[in-house]
Write a protein that binds this ligand. Structure first.
Ligand SMILES: [Zn+2]
Length: 306
């Protein structure tokens, strides 16, 4: 693959250099762009893409493949979970961005124009960040290209897939939502937890990307592995804490929960119960804050609807 670097030097703050790799196969096919590191401490996808660049046999490729192992360079080097350290904003709430906006909005704009607008298909690799437990899942958006997006999610190989309707978008401004809005089929794929770069999760992401490449006809089918049909969820509920407290979860990610089940409690500084969190719907927690330190309005978990 060709190795190169995107330079964004017209940001309202420090310039950013984004190394990436690309290759065009000998036969016609779609342009797939795979990115990781939108959140700078979610390492499993980054490691998977470094391995993909090192091991891809480009002679077998149809179409064009662009691989961006670490999209959010400022967050990666600062080891900052969730946000861009320059201004504390979440890059994955900022797409398609704004060249005249804040630092993160301008960064999002530069990355969107360089990597998302020009592609035919987008796969964005995430994991549970430093304070997050996570059950592997893929997320796609309601859009005119949602069937192609769903096919990517089913090919990836995670046990759960969430469809997010436009009306119930818990997350606006994500890569996959902004891509879907301009007609680019896209998924967010999540494998790994707590900022740990464990080999099994890295392998899971790498195999997911190979499965997608095979499903698009860009690589021969022998690179794919058969995957079981995932549990598909229509939307989800993100639960936030009404109080600042010491969070003690009572459920694990991937567990089936019923409406009214206790999901955890928030304790006061002396250990007394401040607030009890109960499930507002039947579902499965796919990510869960594992750190006990939760501020008021802090995110506790994402409950995919049964
Ligand atoms: Zn993420």
């Amino acid at each position: 693959m060709d190795r190169t670097t995107l330079t964004l030097d017209d940001l309202p703050g420090p310039p950013v250099e984004v190394p990436y790799a690309s290759v065009t196969g000998g036969n016609a096919g779609p342009h797939l762009t795979v990115v990781a590191g939108v959140h700078g401490a979610e390492y499993t996808g980054m490691a998977a893409l470094l391995r993909l660049i090192a091991t891809l046999d480009a002679r077998r490729l149809r179409g064009r493949l662009t691989v961006v192992p670490v999209l959010n360079q400022p967050a990666f080097w600062a080891r900052t979970p969730f946000v861009v350290p320059v201004d504390g904003a979440n890059l994955n709430r900022s797409f398609p961005g704004d060249p005249a906006g804040s630092y993160t909005e301008a960064l999002a704009h530069g990355l969107f124009e360089a990597f998302i607008r020009p592609t035919d298909v987008l796969v964005d690799l995430h994991a549970g960040d430093l304070p997050e437990a996570l059950e592997p899942f893929c997320l796609y958006e309601e859009s005119p290209v949602q069937e192609q997006s769903r096919a990517l999610a089913l090919a990836y190989g995670t046990g759960h897939v969430v469809r997010q309707s436009r009306a119930a978008r818990t997350v606006g401004g994500s890569t996959s939502a902004a891509a879907a809005d301009i007609g680019v089929p896209a998924i967010t794929a999540e494998i790994g937890a707590n900022g740990i770069c464990d080999p099994a999760s890295v392998a899971g992401h790498l195999q997911g990307v190979l499965n997608v490449l095979a499903s698009l006809g860009m690589l021969p089918g022998d690179v794919a592995v058969p995957v079981a049909a995932p549990v598909e969820h229509e939307g989800w509920v993100w639960l936030r804490s009404p109080v600042r407290g010491f969070w003690q979860a009572a459920v694990a990610v991937g567990a089936d929960v019923r409406t009214g089940d206790v999901l955890g409690v928030l304790l006061d500084p002396w250990g007394a119960e401040l607030h009890r969190v109960v499930a507002p719907a039947d579902g499965v927690p796919l990510f869960l804050t594992s750190s006990p330190a939760v501020d008021a309005d802090g995110l506790l978990l994402g409950l995919a609807r049964a």
